[in-house]
Design a protein around this ligand. Structure first.
Ligand SMILES: Cc1cc2nc3c(=O)[nH]c(=O)nc-3n(C[C@H](O)[C@H](O)[C@H](O)COP(=O)(O)OP(=O)(O)OC[C@H]3O[C@@H](n4cnc5c(N)ncnc54)[C@H](O)[C@@H]3O)c2cc1C
Length: 595
């Protein structure tokens, strides 16, 4: 089943929910040539490229994954050529500054483009995704010299980036990083250590790989405050910018995985032959702080991977449900009909569709907040949007990825037995989606972040701002006379109350009953995703009611899907609030030896 990029849905969200016209008017984006007409043109081009070039590589990537022999990683046939085309067309540079060769366009536009490449192939898209994160970290913290040396060739796609955090003993807890960095006295360092699970840590798709590596200098304090960030190229770079000598960083193996098989996941050995040359990014001991910039970009992007793979699984399920003939229609039919006539199949398809649309809308809304944070002329607007974006990142990551597993699993279910058979491809989406709740911080780590840094630290201030925004949408729903708006209003009000109750409980008990509060952190993340997703769907309903006459069929789908979300998915929020408030005791009740 070929992938068809949902450009019309994306533009609806961008225009009606994420405020595209405001975003493109920010001076730096306007200067880069952004306007409301550019967005559809770029999205159409991106759709064409990803449908025609990348999507056909998805299944071969699963069947013929990247391989490793004698220190060399060979990617799936076709990946290298596709990446060359990706780079030549400028897709790596959409969001990055023009002075380094990028296009300087808003994250909102780049997010839609990235959704498409992830839908086309998660394995392929991981390479530009990590390169993006590395570029962002360098632009945030590296010296102008390092930026000049590395960033332009990464934006042009000649070189790619990797993110080297994880070590055998340091996964979720990066304070345990042990890799060493010894100063050489000439401004450079020698890096020693082992990094595991490094996505595109080695491959044959680019001339150089720029590793961003966490390591400790000799006198660094223990824990997170003693970690520094280094840029360690696979090949050293000559003074004229050309690729020089091989650096002492080597791939010793790649992993065999459940999914995303075409993306090489490398074990990298730094410094086995005297030390890998690295350059400090920013100041010593502030590495984790810088890496958080990269991780925030990557966490948001992984959330988009969730939306993307769920969209692809949905499209496949719809096609199968229309083709597969089985059982009569409940309302009576002369013979068996396509399974899409069965209400339970519709339930599955509507669930898939509603989750995808809500998660997309929330992510694009967050992307617009990021754009306002970076480009709005008014400082107060920038500050307010930074807080909103940072609050939403763990939700976009955690909720969208958990949702993608549920959606891909429903995709298998819609296919019946054929879903369990590899050839249909439904199983690949399910296997591919499974990593998304693990890397870039597991869902638990996102949920802890949402409770601790995002809710408790500011005394619930941003949570209250967002709740207030939902209340404003409720007022608009109340002003609409339609039965759909009334139905959505009823559930959104209950959902918001559940969110408010959960926040109030967390704020009161975080210090006194910490373990009980954190026992509910996953439920709080899920509740937040449902309520904020439901809020965006409600805003979508209001927009669709306004625009209905211009395209009745399209807007009817928006209204019906928003109502479905409100009536069938959002009600979980209330149960989740109960679990947050009352479930902590039993979660922690057993002693360790009772397990
Ligand atoms: C395919 C793949 C690609 C990857 N790519 C990269 C990459 O490019 N660069 C990179 O640096 N790393 C990468 N990783 C590593 C990935 O980020 C880690 O696997 C992930 O952060 C989890 O760490 P861990 O595997 O050590 O699990 P652990 O940290 O051992 O976690 C095990 C379990 O304990 C839970 N847990 C741990 N701590 C807490 C806590 N404080 N609160 C609640 N629960 C907790 C976790 O949620 C999880 O369920 C990749 C991993 C895979 C599998």
């Amino acid at each position: 089943m070929p992938y068809v990029a949902p450009v019309k849905d994306m533009l609806f969200v961008m225009n009606e929910l994420a405020g595209l016209s405001d975003v493109v008017a920010y001076p730096s984006y306007a200067k880069a040539g952004a306007d409301v007409d550019l967005a559809p043109a770029i999205l159409e081009e991106s759709a064409k490229f990803n449908q025609d070039v990348v999507a056909p590589l998805n299944w071969p990537g699963d069947q013929q994954p990247s391989s490793f022999k004698d220190g060399v990683v060979t990617t799936t046939p076709g990946f290298k050529e596709a990446f060359e085309q990706f780079a030549a067309a400028g897709w790596q540079g959409v969001i990055h500054p023009a002075e380094f060769g990028g296009q300087g366009l808003p994250k909102l536009i780049a997010t839609a483009c990235f959704e498409m490449v992830h839908s086309a192939s998660l394995s392929f898209a991981l390479c530009p995704m990590l390169t993006d994160g590395a570029i962002e970290a360098l632009l945030t913290a590296a010296s102008p010299e390092l930026q000049e040396q590395f960033v332009p060739s990464m934006i042009s796609g000649e070189w790619t980036g990797s993110m080297c955090l994880t070590e055998p003993q340091a996964g979720s807890d990066l304070s345990m990083v042990r890799s060493k960095a010894a100063p050489e006295g000439d401004g450079s360092y020698k890096i020693f250590g082992t990094k595991i699970y490094i996505t595109y840590g080695e491959h044959d798709m680019a001339k150089n790989i720029i590793h961003l590596v966490l390591a400790r200098t000799p006198d660094a304090p223990e824990g997170v405050k003693g970690i520094s960030l280094f840029v360690v190229p696979k090949f050293l770079v000559n003074a004229d910018g050309s690729v020089g000598e091989r650096n002492d960083v080597h791939c010793v193996s790649i992993e065999h995985k459940l999914g995303i098989k075409a993306s090489p996941t490398a074990v990298l050995q730094f410094g086995d032959h005297g030390g890998a040359t690295g350059y400090l990014v920013g100041e010593e001991n502030r590495g984790l702080e810088y890496m958080f910039v990269m991780m925030n970009a990557a966490r948001f992007a992984v959330g988009m991977q969730g939306v993307a793979v769920a969209e692809r699984a949905y499209q496949k399920a719809v096609q199968y449900a229309k083709d597969r003939v089985q059982s009569r229609d409940l309302a009576g039919s002369p013979g068996p009909v396509a399974i899409i006539h069965q209400p339970d199949v519709k339930r599955m398809l509507m669930t898939m569709r509603a989750y995808v649309e809500a998660s997309r809308a929330l992510a694009y809304y967050a992307a617009a907040a990021y754009d306002a944070q970076h480009a709005a002329p008014d400082e107060a607007v920038r500050t307010a949007n930074q807080a909103i974006y940072e609050f939403l990142v763990p939700i976009v990551k955690g909720f969208s990825t958990e949702m993608s597993i549920e959606v891909a699993s429903l995709g298998v279910q819609v296919h019946g037995g054929m879903g369990f058979i590899e050839e249909t491809g439904a199983a690949q989406h399910y296997r591919d989606a499974r990593i998304l709740t693990i890397y870039e911080g597991t869902t638990a780590i996102q949920a802890n972040d949402l409770v601790g840094r995002k809710t408790v630290r500011d005394g619930g201030a941003i949570a209250k701002v967002l709740s207030q925004k939902i209340a404003e949408t409720e007022k608009e729903l109340a002003a609409s006379a339609s039965a759909d708006a009334k139905a959505v209003l009823k559930q959104l009000t209950v959902g918001r109350a559940a969110f408010d109750e959960a926040v109030a409980y967390i704020l009161v008990h975080a210090k006194t009953d910490t373990k009980a509060v954190y026992a509910g952190s996953f439920a709080y993340l899920r509740l937040s995703g449902l309520v904020f997703g439901g809020w965006q769907m409600a805003r979508g309903l209001l927009a669709a009611e306004r625009l209905r006459d211009s395209d009745p069929t399209f807007y009817k789908t928006k209204i019906a899907t928003a109502r479905f979300f409100a009536e069938n998915l959002l009600p979980q929020a209330k149960a989740l609030a109960t679990s947050i408030i009352e479930g902590g005791y039993s979660t922690n009740a057993l002693e360790l030896e009772q397990f």
